[in-house]
Design a protein around this ligand. Structure first.
Ligand code: PLP
Length: 471
């Protein structure tokens, strides 16, 4: 009798699948590629469904042509400008297009680069500001002023020895207010960083108001402090859905902007952009030359090797959709957000923070629970998980950190119908929580998933900014 367990025609009866996968040491033995594939594939079944992950800002719907271009570019290293000159050319076209979209004075010569995401872009823009400040005679440790920021700015401060000055929120304010800025600036302030699409609530900070406050400060004191706009998700929304909002290079004080191509830019994961107003805003110290068609080409990145497909696919999305297409796609997302917001308000126990108004913030809905509920938002997040929805709940920034907020990001690919399914499940979860109130409510950690356990928990301040809303 043949030994069935060794029969090659059933993967699950082969020896590698009869035992667990190697986990702790580098495996001695080899296994069939099909068996290894099956192990990895099946293990990933335990991951959440990305399109039901309403905590992420990042692209979760990618069309077939974009997938094909990603596949065709899988072996292209974007740093090899000489070997892959057309990938380099597409990157330069994207930079010019974004310079045009964000009203740079001379898009043809505007310096900029693709990055792995907004985090790398923020580091580059922060470093450029640090070099500019030093060139102006700055000594010691420079600082930058911001509101509640994404964790990448705290990283930038720590990695590159710069002081971060976060303006505390007062009363009902959930964004950095222009009136509060002057008090935090001094001669060592190298930058003010408004967030255009806040991580906590989805709200836009008032870039024009902040710019005006800095103009007033300059008139009073002579301090001339530039602005960098963190437009990680707003940079690909407002130009299409709130074109009258002035937040970009139309403001002379705005010297650089970052955005995540892999968020509202609709590119697959691994795409970001950093763009400077003009050549003099990008210090020479940051620039390295690489070979390019027998000549040289300027590069300024933290990484050396990087995949090229994200840039190729970004260019595809830009030319496929154009302004008309992006406006249609982003307007559809806002329409779903507003539909969802109306439904959430009708449920009763919630107070909306951001209702998906394109003039006030990104395509998202955020809300708090009204007083006197028998459950907290972590309990609700946990109940929604039983239906596969991943919805972030976390404390608001200081000094409202005693309050919890829940946030849903509406991205390309999240339809009206899915919003209705979510509303039905929200209603179902509330009914269950009402019928079986938790005897002890969950904590943020117990609700799970929305903390970055890899982040060193240095202070509650740091923790506050690493609670899953930063993705
Ligand atoms: C997501 C985000 C970042 C970080 O961007 P990555 O592309 O994830 O590196 C920075 N700032 C804001 C406002 C964000 O939303």
């Amino acid at each position: 009798m043949p030994d069935d367990s060794l029969s090659p025609d059933d993967l699950f009866a082969l020896p590698p699948l009869e035992a667990g996968a190697p986990k702790t040491t580098f495996p001695d033995a080899e296994m069939f590629a099909d068996a290894a594939y099956q192990i990895v594939h099946d293990e990933l079944l335990l991951d959440g469904v990305a399109r039901m992950n309403l905590a992420t800002f990042c692209t979760t719907w990618i069309d077939d042509r974009a997938r094909r271009l990603m596949d065709e570019s899988i072996d292209k290293n974007i740093v090899d400008k000489d070997e892959y000159p057309q990938t380099a050319e597409l990157e330069r076209r994207c930079v010019r297009m974004l310079a045009d979209l964000w009203h740079a004075p001379d898009p043809a010569t505007t310096p900029g680069t693709s990055t792995t995401g907004s985090s790398e872009a923020a580091m580059l823009a922060g470093l450029a500001a640090k070099f500019r400040w030093r060139k102006r005679g700055g000594k010691g440790i420079p600082n930058f002023v911001c509101g509640p920021v994404q964790v990448c700015w705290e990283k930038f401060a720590r990695y590159f020895d710069v002081e971060i000055r976060q303006v505390p929120l007062r009363g009902e304010r959930l964004t950095m207010h222009p009136d509060d800025i002057a008090a935090h600036c001094d001669e060592n302030t190298m930058l003010v960083v408004p967030t255009f699409g806040q991580t906590f609530t989805g709200l836009f900070e008032d870039v024009a108001g902040i710019s005006q406050a800095l103009d007033d400060l300059q008139a009073r004191t002579g301090l001339d402090i530039p602005i960098h706009v963190d437009a990680a998700s707003g940079g690909f929304l407002a130009p299409f859905t709130a074109p009258e909002l002035v937040w970009d290079f139309r403001l002379l004080r705005v010297k650089s902007i970052n955005a995540s191509g892999h968020k509202t830019g609709l590119a697959p994961l691994g795409a970001g952009w950093a763009i400077w107003r003009a050549a003099e805003d990008l210090p020479q110290e940051l620039i390295f030359d690489v070979d390019y068609l027998g000549g040289n080409m300027a590069t300024f990145n933290l990484n050396f090797s990087r995949p090229g497909g994200q840039v190729v696919t970004s260019y595809y999305e830009f030319i496929r959709l154009g302004r008309v297409g992006y406006t249609r796609v982003q307007s559809a997302a806002y329409s779903v957000a507003q539909h969802l917001a109306a439904g959430i308000e009708k449920l009763g126990p919630f107070q909306l923070v951001h209702d998906g108004d394109p003039m006030r913030g990104i395509a998202a809905v955020s809300w708090t629970a009204r007083d006197g509920q028998s459950f907290n938002l972590y309990d609700l997040s946990d109940r929604l998980r039983t239906r596969g929805w991943l919805v972030a709940a976390y404390p608001l920034p200081a000094d409202r950190d005693h309050e919890t907020v829940m946030r849903v990001l509406i991205r390309h690919g999240f339809s009206h119908d899915m919003a209705d399914l979510l509303l039905t499940d929200l209603h179902r979860a509330l009914t269950q929580l009402d019928k079986h109130p938790p005897t002890t409510s969950l904590t943020q950690e117990e609700a799970g998933g929305f903390t970055h356990s890899a982040t060193p928990k240095i202070s509650t301040e740091t923790l506050r900014h690493t609670t899953g809303l930063d993705r």
